[in-house]
Design a protein around this ligand. Structure first.
Ligand code: AMX
Length: 386
């Protein structure tokens, strides 16, 4: 459902309610009916073509997934329920005296498609606060982990263990009706797709989210924000703090020539600077313009894209979100770099769990694409060309 339809559909409920569940109970049947009609009319329409390269190339560009909460345009970047990042910054409620939108407001937008009122955001804040306590078995488990266990492994294990508290798992074992799957909720890219896939097996939201976190923990995905800071710190150690453009170029080439990637640059879909990077850069220009690490990141922005273009491999030489986030975190005192991806994971929960509600509400079935062997694919291609 696009943002304007959802806004229209939600208007009635939202005018009188701050309760997110009431609003969803009103929206979901309307959306179910709209999609049913759409599928009856257009169910056999062909959406795209699948090529041999797509099958070997990580399914890039293959349209095979319905995801309601956000859409990523290669040039423009992400839109949440139709709203760009600057629009979200302008429209969503902020904390008193604050300048940035509250996460509760973004979650509300993702779930309903509607910009919430301050009262609705405050209702959701209280709801979340009520659910904040961890059961003691999870606390004990975390305390017993060795200190060198990566925080992402700790997060994933803790969320998995939280499924002892899952209302969904309990209701499912008691035989809950399919139409109610969305209610008992606790909640494309690797992490979002993983939660979608695991959730499609009706694994409860804790298990689905923990699976997503295991994907986010990979260095080509969410761990890149930690990798960037590690790389920047090493760079400063090796070439000093005030480094010339020429020396930076050499350092980047050394990274590439040693068979590594430049962390924080490139993207599987985006073909321009990530608007999340731009948003953080504007924040840094306003609040920490003289921070040495920010200055280094800004200097790299001028140099890395040209080097990647010269190398001629990366389809997108521009920075992604991870090129910037760690710099802001270190400036505000969070120097434990291996916790950076945990914070990324917490924010990712808003998106993937908002989608999980809709996947359940719309009754998406078990996800199960068809695979082929190279042998089978070659025979298929032969039969086509012969
Ligand atoms: N540095 C060096 N080489 C890069 C590169 C980078 N930043 N980005 C892409 N390339 C290389 C690829 O490794 C690949 O090389 P190969 O042909 O030898 O295998 C080639 O360029 C083509 O890759 P692509 O089609 O442009 O990218 P992709 O869709 O395969 O991968 C991504 C996308 C993000 C994994 C890749 O750009 C990368 O490794 N970037 C660095 C890690 C990073 O910042 N990850 C975070 C992404 C955002 C996120 O998910 N949080």
């Amino acid at each position: 459902m696009n943002a304007s339809c959802l806004v229209l559909a939600a208007r009635h409920a939202s005018a009188s309610s701050t309760n997110l569940k009431d609003i969803l109970a009103d929206l979901i049947p309307k959306e179910q009916a709209r999609i049913k009609t759409f599928r009856q009319q257009h169910g056999k329409t062909v959406v795209g073509q699948i090529t041999v390269d797509m099958m070997y190339g990580g399914m890039r560009g293959m349209k095979g997934l319905v995801y309601e909460t956000s859409v990523l345009d290669p040039d423009e970047g992400i839109r949440f329920r139709g709203y760009s990042i600057p629009e979200c910054q302008k429209l969503l409620p902020k904390a008193k005296g604050g300048e940035e939108p509250l996460p509760e407001g973004l979650f509300w937008l993702l779930v309903t498609g509607q910009i919430p009122t301050e009262e609705q955001v405050s209702w959701l804040s209280k709801e979340w606060a009520k659910r904040a306590a961890l059961p003691s078995h999870v606390v004990t488990m975390l305390d017993n982990f060795p200190t060198n266990l990566h925080p992402m492994s700790q997060l994933s294990a803790a969320v998995t263990a939280l499924n002892s508290e899952s209302n969904f798992a309990r209701a499912y074992s008691e035989g809950i009706s399919r139409t109610k799957y969305w209610e008992d909720h606790e909640g494309g890219n690797v992490s979002a797709h993983t939660s979608h896939l695991v959730g499609s097996a009706l694994s409860d939201p804790y298990l689905s989210f923990a699976a997503a976190m295991n994907g986010l923990a990979g260095p080509l995905h969410g761990l890149a924000n930690q990798e960037v800071l590690v790389w920047l710190t090493q760079l400063q150690k090796e070439v000093g703090k005030d480094v010339s453009d020429e020396k930076l170029r050499d350092y980047i080439w050394n990274t590439l020539n040693s068979g590594r990637v430049v962390p924080g640059y490139g993207h599987a879909v985006l073909r321009k600077t990530d608007p999340r990077y731009t948003c953080q850069r504007e924040f840094a220009l306003k609040h920490l313009p003289n921070d040495p690490m920010f200055k280094l990141v800004a200097q790299l922005y001028k140099i890395v894209p040209n080097v990647l273009l010269e190398q001629g491999k990366a389809k997108n030489p521009w920075p992604n979100v991870d090129a910037h986030s760690g710099v802001l975190l270190q400036y505000y005192g969070m120097t434990e770099m291996n916790y950076y991806t945990v914070l990324f994971g917490v924010s990712r929960a808003l998106g993937v769990l908002a989608q999980l509600i809709w996947s359940r509400a719309l009754g998406f079935p078990l996800e199960r694409p068809k695979s082929m062997s190279t042998e089978g694919l070659m025979k298929f291609v032969d039969s086509k060309s012969g």
